[in-house]
Design a protein around this ligand. Structure first.
Ligand code: GLU
Length: 279
């Protein structure tokens, strides 16, 4: 078995629950079983949802669980320069455009069209700003209108050609980035989207095996595309089934009883929490 470099990449938007522990242990055990490395990354780019006290709590909970990580913790909020460089590269390839639409405008446009195409995360962006002229873009930017940067998906996907990835559980997968439409790669308040930051970071951190929940399976279409455009290596993937409660529902932030802190305060041992998380 080759030495796997894996990572756990939580967003500090709440306390860790058993689902997170399951995910962390997937990466941790794959790294340990292969004599590799397990990295920790805090995905705290979205300043509107992430809080520093949750970052501290994540480190504390993992330490209590004896889930140890190798090397320094990477906090995405400290690496905006890396994401800006990737955006500049995509922009240089003529693949990004500014989108001035508000959420309400996008919804209204989707409601007007009889058969709005849908992607894995709902209706696709209808492309309103894709065709704006350079002069109109400049005019609106100079007027101080806020904008997001979107990728021209059709152009990008045809430039990249057929793309594949290997998933430990699902096998040889053909990426379908076109089905996601012109996704946002940056916004004013969040200078890099999840898709961009995760792709850049996995490459910069030398991750060779991405272990994460199967709810992110489709997102890998976009990550695979960005890897190709940015000439980054493609890791192996392992999209694991989500931990579910007795009724078959996936665990969520609302299930306070399933957080590591409440289990700990209730007297559950670290080994027992790991067992409850399926390990
Ligand atoms: N930060 C993401 C989350 O907490 C996970 C990202 C990933 O593993 O690729 O859902």
């Amino acid at each position: 078995m080759t030495e796997a470099v894996t990572r756990f990449a939580p967003s500090p938007t709440g306390r860790l629950h058993l689902g997170h522990v399951h995910s962390a242990l997937q990466g941790w055990s794959s790294a340990k079983a292969s004599g590799g490395r397990f990295l920790l990354r805090i995905e705290d780019i979205d300043g509107t949802r992430c809080r520093p006290e949750f970052t501290e709590a994540i480190l504390e909970d993992l330490t209590w669980l004896e889930i140890t990580w190798d090397g320094p913790v990477r906090r995405q909020s400290e690496h905006f320069g890396d994401y800006r460089a990737a955006l500049a590269r995509l922009k240089g390839q003529g693949l990004l455009y500014p989108c001035f639409c508000t959420r309400a405008e996008i919804q209204a446009e989707i409601a007007r069209s009889a058969a709005a195409p849908h992607g894995p995360e709902g209706p696709l962006y209808p492309g309103t700003c894709r065709g704006l002229s350079d002069s109109e873009r400049e005019l609106r930017m100079n007027a101080g209108e806020t904008f997001a940067l979107r990728i021209d998906m059709e152009k990008a996907a045809s430039r990249a050609g057929a793309l594949f990835w290997e998933d430990d559980l699902a096998g040889h997968i053909e990426a379908q980035p076109s089905g996601h439409g012109d996704v946002v790669l940056a916004r004013k308040e969040t200078p890099a989207s999840y898709h961009l930051a995760v792709t850049v970071d996995d490459a910069l951190q030398g991750v060779t095996l991405v272990t994460r929940g199967e709810d992110l399976f489709a997102a890998t279409d976009v990550h695979r595309l960005l890897q190709a455009l940015l000439e980054l290596p493609t890791p192996r993937y392992r999209h694991h089934p989500l931990l579910r409660d007795a009724e078959g529902r996936r665990l969520a932030k609302r299930d306070k009883a399933q957080t590591v802190v409440s289990l700990r305060e209730g007297g559950t041992s670290p080994a027992e929490v790991r067992r409850l998380a399926g390990f």
